[in-house]
Design a protein around this ligand. Structure first.
Ligand code: FCB
Length: 452
């Protein structure tokens, strides 16, 4: 019966990182300043006052890191390219040493039998473009296409998996409405403009990447949630629909050819006096460019509760057994299964990759020199079981990437949240495999996850 839990032999078993979170070398070899350099250097923005100036020093230690990845036995690695390393001013003169770095990284992966999955944009916009309005200025979509062309022309012969954007919801809303991510703006109108230009840049870039990277798969990664009402009340059901629109449909619908959701346009206009009046003729057709896969980042579900509902029901449906990670995110693997099925049945992406899934827990090195991170291991295991169950339902899931390969700079939380399979000592940059890494290696070798 064990084969019931086997994954397809072509399955990509990977780990993921992003440039700003691991590379360091923020101003070396001609790299330009990014909005995250600027944001983290401003006082009070990052919980522990840290920056990504050094991070995991991966820019200098990449070869050893790839050796560790090979020991982990992954057959895929998702990383991102720092736009301002390649084009320090965002457009114009190419910084060849920056491009060379990614060239060597790709060759280093391929020589170790690891398939590169390249994310072109994981939030680190060149500061020079931010000075012109960044994602709120339509011109950025052309700059992004130019950047995608530069990178795909150089790496496209060897890279066959491209992710245009990572989590545009986060870039648009945490960056421009909540202001807790770079560039730190609090304005819903600007968040909507950023949303549209992020998606437009994606749509315009898809054919350009294909042109420079023949037979490549091109897709986009979204942060998606299973949204459930906290109670059977109509008020909570309405709230669930609204939250689903905000996180999920606002991005899925235009990408899959359905325009921005009408209820969301009303919502933004009424609640935030914000409008999608920047949409021009032909934009939605461009945004719905055919993609080869949908990348799904899944961490937790969302429980919807209408604060105004006067029914005295508790604000959540958490029970005594509910577990939360260090991020305060509920552990709910069943929702991954529900989400994957929903995506398959509502949108029919040709393939799905889980491009991020993982958990932050406090890690302690025990006297035996190990890190027994049972809770992280259990989290990954339960989500792999959910992923397997989705495949059994017919979901075309083709790969899974643990976030993250190693502990790193967790954005506004600095170094206070550890997601890695490898522990990083940020004093001496030593890496240590946690128990979850040793276990993941066994799962990959077996190509299956045990049912219990
Ligand atoms: C995702 C990000 C990733 C990491 C994880 C924890 O939203 O894409 O960079 O921070 O969350």
């Amino acid at each position: 019966m064990t084969d019931v839990w086997s994954f397809p032999s072509s399955f990509f078993w990977g780990t993921a990182t992003s440039a700003y979170q691991i590379e360091g070398a923020w101003n070396e070899d001609g790299k330009g300043e990014s909005i995250w350099d600027r944001f983290s250097h401003a006082p009070g923005r990052i919980l522990d006052g840290s920056t990504g100036d050094v991070a995991c020093d991966h820019y200098h230690r990449w070869q050893r890191d790839l050796d560790l990845m090979q020991e982990l036995d992954v057959n895929a690695y998702r990383f991102s390219v720092a736009w301002s390393r390649v084009l320090p001013q965002g457009r114009g003169k190419i910084n060849e040493p920056g491009l060379d770095f990614y060239d060597r990284l790709v060759d280093g992966l391929l020589s170790r039998g690891i398939t590169p999955f390249v994310t072109l944009y994981h939030w680190d916009l060149p500061q020079a473009l931010q000075e012109e309005g960044g994602w709120t200025n339509r011109r950025i979509a052309e700059d992004y296409v130019n950047y995608a062309e530069v990178v795909s022309r150089r790496l496209g012969d060897r890279v066959k998996h491209w992710i245009t954007h990572n989590e545009p919801w986060v870039a648009a809303f945490l960056g421009h409405a909540m202001g807790i991510h770079a560039p730190g703006i609090q304005d819903f109108q600007q968040a909507l403009a950023a949303t549209h230009h992020l998606l437009l840049s994606h749509g315009w870039a898809v054919p350009v990447i294909r042109q420079h990277s023949p037979r490549a798969e091109v897709g986009i990664t979204l942060n998606l949630h299973d949204v459930v009402p906290a109670s059977p009340s109509y008020a909570d059901a309405n709230m669930a629909r609204q939250i689903d629109g905000y996180f999920n449909r606002m991005f899925l619908d235009p990408i899959f050819g359905r325009h921005y959701p009408a209820d969301m346009l009303v919502f933004f206009a009424r609640q935030h006096d914000a409008r999608m009046d920047m949409v021009q003729e032909g934009d939605l057709q461009a945004i719905s460019a055919h993609i080869d896969f949908l990348g799904v980042n899944y961490y937790t579900r969302q429980v919807a509760r209408d604060a105004a509902a006067a029914d005295n029901l508790p604000p959540t449906i958490n029970t005594a057994e509910s577990e939360f990670t260090e991020m305060g995110w509920e552990v709910h693997p069943h929702s991954l299964h529900r989400l994957l099925n929903r995506l398959h049945f509502d949108y029919q992406p040709r393939q799905i990759y889980i491009t991020e899934n993982g958990a932050a827990f406090t890690d302690t090195i025990t006297p035996d020199g190990r890190i027994h991170d049972e809770r992280r291991l259990a989290y990954i295991k339960a989500h792999l079981q959910a992923a397997h169950a989705a495949i059994a339902c017919g979901v075309p899931l083709a790969g899974y990437f643990v976030w993250s390969f190693m502990d790193n700079f967790e954005w506004s939380y600095g170094y206070s949240k550890r997601f890695g399979l490898y522990y990083v000592d940020f004093e001496d940059q030593k890496r240590l495999p946690k128990d979850s890494a040793l276990w993941y290696r066994q799962v990959i070798a077996a190509g299956s996850v045990s049912p219990d």
